[in-house]
Design a protein around this ligand. Structure first.
Ligand code: TEU
Length: 595
């Protein structure tokens, strides 16, 4: 821990500050403070004209990301896959699906990105393969008792004739987590039936994934995002479990919800007593950590601070921090932050708990508001229960207030980027894109929509192809105008070319924020809460200092007056300035220089 928090305490007239701590251990590694942009390849940019994004499309648009000012990109899977879960069902971990291009296209992308100073992280999906992976085909062909079946989780069924699933686990997408094959055995799949879980007790599974890591490291990738990082090892005996197999739910036990004080305070990681997070026999087992220690050693044999980021829906935050201990992974997505409601006290609590938990293991915190699995934050924040997390939104669900959601979404982003640590952005959020909340149900492709019996709308609404050019067919996503999902007509106003160079647009606001964040090194800074801005109600206002920047988010109805003499650097929306006085309006974040 550094003492930056103490040395940067500014002279804020009529305020006091509480130093909290710094962001992780000091260190030069890029991932400690990087802003990393998630590319969802099928929806970023299409070069081939088939309406599905591809690697050449990404390469052609990398300048947009360099100009945006991010440090790195993370690519969701582009590997050979039957696309039963949009590529999170991998049939060949060492090749590119023809839908997205070729290995040569990947090499060209990597070279261009590195030429622009952007690092590249790729997605690794180790919990399960596709049912079209050579190993699973071999397992099916070889039959019960074979060595080939040992690489997966095949079991005999329960009941007299084995016609019942081996246990009561359900799939994350809904329905049973087991599928029976013709010879009578069952195999486990925590996700879709076409995503059989691997057996991580098997040495060949371990050595194969280390080889896959090396394959991409040798190509020059800068790191990996590890899918379902908390799921690979299951409790011995696969005992029944009556909990819900799902992600962090934002239940009342979870700190990410209303910021329940007791839950956040209960950060001892002592056990399953809070009931929060994924603590069933299929998630967050001790055995996963040994895998990450081995992978850490693989990465350490390469130069350039290669990094591993955990996609682990685990709470409390102290439990998540165990994935980023010094000899394991480097980052873990902070989903407790993502699931926090639009509430000043809850936000302060989750930020403090996050920094304390990651400081405790010398890791950075990895802030995130949106990704390809959740309703876009601009739309979540436009719901009556602002910041709640529905599992998709359809035409007959509550429709978010788009303008309010955008205003709050921009404020939330500016707060996020003002925090020390690393941050992830999801493609399109720099345009302020809302979720597609009225997508025709007949067009939905997410397996969660089908497996939940249409109870969950699923994730298609955050995966709609990006609008690049307001006046072009398909908003310039593809040269033919084709888009694999339709874009709402209202997206013309969000198109990149409609915002480029327009002062105050979401795109220009992101660019300014990222530039200032980089210039002032906010990512390696530290946080001190500002306890009392004059006249500001702490239950309505989040105020902090990072280096000499005052970050103020007003969640209340009354404008918040900034201390006299500060200089506004960035604002998420227009602020009221009257001579020396700067007022921060409702649902706005401002960065102001104090020195
Ligand atoms: O997500 C893991 C996960 O827990 C989510 O799938 C979540 O449960 C789901 O989005 C419901 O909201 C990862 C990937 O990010 C996701 O896209 C994949 O579908 C999943 O793994 C399986 O590989």
């Amino acid at each position: 821990m550094t003492s930056d928090a103490l040395v940067t305490t500014p002279d804020l007239t009529a305020t006091s500050t509480t130093p909290v701590h710094a962001a992780g251990a000091p260190g030069a590694e890029w991932w400690r403070h990087a802003v990393i942009y998630q590319i969802y390849p099928r929806s970023f940019a299409d070069a081939s004209g088939d309406g599905i994004g591809d690697l050449p499309g990404i390469t052609a648009r990398l300048d947009h990301l360099a100009a945006l000012g991010v440090d790195a990109v993370w690519l969701s899977p582009f590997y050979t896959s039957p696309q039963a879960d949009a590529g999170y069902d991998v049939a060949d971990y060492r090749d590119v699906d023809p839908l997205f291009g070729t290995l040569a296209d990947f090499d060209a992308l990597l070279e261009r990105a590195h030429g622009l100073g952007l690092r590249v992280i790729v997605d690794l999906v180790p919990n399960h393969t596709s049912d079209e992976h050579a190993w699973f085909r071999a397992a099916m062909a070889a039959g019960p008792g074979s060595a080939e079946r040992e690489r997966y989780m095949f079991r005999e069924g329960a009941g007299e004739d084995g016609s019942l699933p081996p246990n009561n686990w359900t799939s994350v997408f809904g329905g049973p987590a087991w599928t029976r094959v013709e010879d009578g055995q069952w195999y486990l799949h925590l996700f879709d039936t076409r995503q059989p879980d691997l057996n991580w007790e098997h040495p060949e599974v371990r050595s194969e994934f280390e080889a896959v890591l090396r394959f991409w490291l040798d190509k020059g990738v800068d790191g990996f995002r590890i899918d379902v990082a908390h799921g690979m090892v299951k409790e011995q005996g696969l005992p029944d479990w009556d909990g819900t197999v799902a992600m962090v739910e934002g239940t009342e036990e979870a700190p990410g919800d209303h910021g329940d004080a007791d839950a956040v305070a209960d950060q001892d990681g002592a056990g399953a007593s809070t009931g929060a997070g994924n603590r069933g026999p299929m998630f967050d087992q001790e055995g996963v950590h040994e895998i990450y220690r081995a992978w850490n050693r693989v990465l350490a044999t390469y130069d350039g601070d290669r990094a591993l980021v955990a996609e682990a829906w685990v709470e409390p935050l102290t439990r998540l921090a165990r994935y980023v201990r010094p000899d394991e992974m480097h980052q873990a997505f902070n989903f407790s932050y993502l699931t926090t409601r639009w509430d000043a006290a809850a936000l302060r609590r989750v930020v403090t708990a996050s920094l304390e938990a990651s400081d405790g293991v010398g890791a950075p915190t990895t802030w995130v508001l949106s990704n390809h699995d959740v309703v876009r934050h601009t739309s979540r924040l436009g719901l009556a229960d602002a910041g709640s997390r529905p599992k998709g939104i359809g035409h007959d669900d509550e429709q978010p207030d788009e303008a309010l959601g955008l205003r709050r979404g921009r404020a939330a982003t500016l707060l996020t980027l003002g925090l020390p640590g690393s941050a992830y952005l999801y493609q399109g959020e720099e345009l302020g894109l809302p979720e597609h909340t009225a997508l025709d149900d007949d067009l939905r492709q997410d397996p969660a929509w089908f497996r939940s019996g249409h109870a969950e709308r699923g994730r298609d609404g955050c995966r709609v192809p990006l609008p690049w050019a307001a006046q072009r067919p398909g908003f310039g996503f593809s040269p033919t105008g084709a888009t694999w999902l339709p874009q709402p007509a209202s997206w013309a106003a969000y198109a990149a070319d409609a915002q480029d160079g327009v002062p105050g647009s979401t795109l220009e606001t992101y660019r300014t924020a990222l530039r200032v964040r980089r210039e002032l090194d906010l990512g390696t800074g530290s946080l001190a809460w500002v306890d009392g801005l004059e006249g500001a109600d702490p239950s309505q206002v989040v105020a902090l200092v990072n280096r000499d920047v005052l970050v103020v988010t007003n969640l209340g109805d009354t404008p918040v007056r900034l201390p006299a003499g500060v200089q506004v650097l960035v604002a998420s929306a227009a602020v009221d300035a009257d001579g020396e006085t700067v007022l921060v309006p409702t649902d706005v974040t401002v960065w102001a220089r104090t020195a």
